[in-house]
Design a protein around this ligand. Structure first.
Ligand SMILES: O=P(O)(O)OC[C@H]1O[C@H](OP(=O)(O)OP(=O)(O)O)[C@H](O)[C@@H]1O
Ligand SMILES: O=c1cc[nH]c(=O)[nH]1
Ligand SMILES: [Mg+2]
Length: 212
């Protein structure tokens, strides 16, 4: 029995290799952003493996055949601002026609509770797959609040993708949203007294946007 039944950690060597540079404090902002995107692409490949496909007829230079396509407009990427923006280009490399639904919230420095400042729900959410993206799942407060808002707006099929998850956050998220699968590049050890993930990668938003 898995400790966290809703969590999938990718142990793909490419993801693990890239994550080692993302964690390294010496990695430059430019390379950090590039690698966050690349891991975003690789995780998106995993997370979309059960997307529904539709048969279409295609004429090759030699004959007509049947191929499978996805309805990529039905994939909705939900970056949790700000840091989630860092993974958007990586996912869009794979699914260029996906919709993007921005959700803005930050974690209060004192209470660690999420404060929401922007959410514009998608039209016709019923048959769409929503992929929440945020590099960090720490206490889980931001991801839980975001999934609450998506569900209230009518979303049914939701997944969550992050780079680094803390056991505390996975536990809390799984308790609040047992129907939502979490895909992560790593499950780390614990949170420190400031609710930062250890060993983690530091403050993802600050490293992406140079705001330290
Ligand atoms: O699981 P939690 O304890 O809620 O912490 C995780 C959240 O904290 C970070 O965002 P932050 O609040 O720093 O905002 P930012 O992305 O704008 O930097 C991170 O990107 C997550 O959204
Ligand atoms: O370790 C952490 C926790 C929350 N937000 C971050 O950016 N990093
Ligand atoms: Mg945030």
């Amino acid at each position: 029995m898995k400790r966290f039944p809703t969590l999938t950690v990718s142990n793909h060597p490419l993801i693990q290799h890239k994550l080692s540079y993302i964690r390294d404090k010496r990695t430059s902002k430019k390379v950090f952003k590039e690698l966050v995107d690349e891991v975003g692409t690789l995780l998106a490949y995993e997370i979309t493996k059960n997307l529904p496909v539709r048969a279409v007829r295609v004429e090759t230079p030699l004959e007509t055949t049947t191929c499978n396509v996805i309805d990529s407009e039905n994939v909705v990427l939900v970056p949790l601002l700000r840091a989630g923006l860092g993974m958007v280009d990586g996912v869009r490399n794979l699914i260029p026609n996906c919709a993007i639904c921005h959700l803005g919230l930050y974690r209060d420095h004192e209470t660690h509770e999420p404060v929401t400042y922007y959410f514009k729900p998608m039209q016709r959410p019923e048959n769409r797959m929503f992929i929440m993206v945020d590099p960090m799942l720490a206490t889980g407060g931001s991801a839980i609040a975001s999934a609450d808002m998506l569900k209230q707006s009518g979303a049914k099929d939701i997944k969550f993708m992050c780079l680094v998850a803390a056991p505390e956050g996975v536990e809390a998220f799984q308790h609040a949203h047992p129907d939502i699968e979490i895909f992560a590049a790593a499950l780390d050890d614990r949170l420190n007294d400031d609710a930062y993930i250890l060993p983690g990668l530091g403050d993802a938003g600050d490293r992406l946007f140079g705001t330290t």
